[in-house]
Design a protein around this ligand. Sequence first.
Ligand SMILES: Cc1cc2nc3c(=O)[nH]c(=O)nc-3n(C[C@H](O)[C@H](O)[C@H](O)COP(=O)(O)O)c2cc1C
Length: 213
Amino acid sequence: MSLENLRREYRFGRLTRESLHDNPVEQLRRWLDQAIEVDLVADPTAMCVATVGADGRPSQRLVLLKQVDDRGLVFYTNLGSRKAREIAGNPKVSLHFPWNAMDRQVIVGGTAVRLGAADVLRYFISRPRESQLAAWSSRQSSRLSSRQALEAQFLQMRDKFRDGEIPVPDFWGGYRVEPDEFEFWQGGERRLHDRFQYRRDEGGHWQIERLAP
Ligand SMILES: Cc1cc2nc3c(=O)[nH]c(=O)nc-3n(C[C@H](O)[C@H](O)[C@H](O)COP(=O)(O)O)c2cc1C
């Protein structure tokens, strides 16, 4: 089958200005709840984080959203990873929720700010022990000689932290993306999609605009 002939109509629903919440964070939470409830989207909390390196080259990867409120959107990761290095040089990021099973996508623009130690600790201790050990076992984004080397590192860490609680690695943490822009996209029939953009005005209030599809 030719890729050129792969297409479908978007019929999941419509998005109207009247139905939008004034606060984009509340709108995101509403769509997130629906994405979890309808159970059509695998990993509904997965979001793609795009960062830009010092050479101007963008890169992206999925991470899991772990918290969202008026302060921003939180994810956790390795602080030596490519994304973390790029954020250190340029904290502007773009987030993307690919909910195409619901003919939806949400795009969030903002600034990534490192979480404090207390937030990181609170989340780290809530993770399964094996995930904690995995965090210790991987220098994320660095070159690895083999799968065995990773497994060996895991076993070594399991041994090292045999007794008691596992501390937070000093190379592991999280970010809160403080948003200044949102777009909610709902696919429409005949490619006439609904797009609404929220942007903060000078007074700090969210202004909503419909964008052409
Ligand atoms: C569904 C899914 C969820 C993921 N969640 C995370 C996450 O929460 N944190 C993380 O560091 N990596 C997560 N990853 C792995 C990242 O996509 C990525 O491979 C890793 O963070 C290294 O990215 P970097 O080298 O660009 O920094 C996830 C991958 C997938 C497919």
